[in-house]
Ligand binder design. Structure first.
Ligand code: ADP
Ligand code: 5GP
Length: 213
């Protein structure tokens, strides 16, 4: 995915989701990948420690800082960013392989990483999810029970910057009512799939039938 990497016809859809931590993106992504099993989740690499219940290779590939830096210098990542004091990055080749196989790939990445992907790929649908209010975000981060008080206040401070840099996204969703937010995300996905670019071979066959009729 160097500059403007482009994939062939019938490549899968890149659905890139960004939101301040605690907004509910993992919850929404789990629901979408649960309903549409053809989806592949882009498993990022991170230097942060696993949370209880997280498995290496499922939520993330957990790397040491040295390993991350080595891979970064080898061009292993399609994008990477330092988020809340840890490194996170999207493996380039694994992503290209999934998309080239025609899999739709969902990305849970921060705003800086989403911007890098948008600059280097021609395709993609970029969705930003807002928490309803700073108070709600704090409640969700606390209620999740996975982060220390210090981590939570760091994430709340970062949310302000992320929201300030969200204007360029293709879609905005406010995750107040979870069912409504999910319905909006689902509709965005289904609408993106109707674009001719994601149905190239099928449409070519269809148009041939009409030409021959
Ligand atoms: P993220 O992946 O954005 O960091 P999570 O999906 O882990 O966020 O959600 C953070 C917490 O907020 C979880 O405890 C989740 O159950 C809760 N949550 C998600 N969406 C809503 C919502 N619409 N209303 C109330 N709580 C929510
Ligand atoms: P968490 O530690 O809560 O799992 O994730 C923290 C933040 O890192 C979230 O905003 C998440 O979207 C972001 N993130 C996760 N993986 C990647 C990645 O590969 N690249 C970038 N740029 N951000 C990521």
């Amino acid at each position: 995915m160097n500059s403007q990497h482009s994939l062939g016809a019938d490549a899968g859809l890149m659905l890139v989701i960004s939101a301040p931590s605690g907004t509910g993106k993992s919850t929404l992504i789990r629901r979408l990948t649960g309903e549409f099993s053809a989806f592949a989740f882009s498993v990022s690499c991170t230097t942060r420690a696993p949370r209880p219940g997280e498995e290496d290779g499922r939520e993330y590939h957990f790397l040491t800082r040295e390993d991350f830096e080595r891979r970064r210098s080898e061009g292993f990542f399609a994008e990477w960013a330092e988020v809340y004091g840890n490194f996170y990055g999207t493996p380039r080749q694994a992503t290209i392989d999934l998309l080239a196989e025609g899999r739709d790939v969902i990305f849970d990445i921060d705003v800086q990483g989403a911007r890098q992907l948008k600059e280097s790929m021609k395709q993609g649908c970029y969705v930003f999810i807002f928490p309803p209010s700073p108070e709600d975000l704090e409640k969700r981060l606390t209620g999740r029970g996975t982060d220390s008080a210090e981590t939570i206040s760091r994430r709340l401070a970062a949310a302000r910057c992320e929201i300030a840099d969200s204007r360029w996204f293709d879609h905005w969703i406010v995750n107040k009512d979870l069912n409504l937010a999910y319905e909006q995300l689902r509709v965005i996905y289904l609408a993106e799939k109707t674009r001719p670019a994601h149905q190239a071979s099928w449409l070519a066959g269809l148009t041939r039938q009409w030409e021959q009729s």
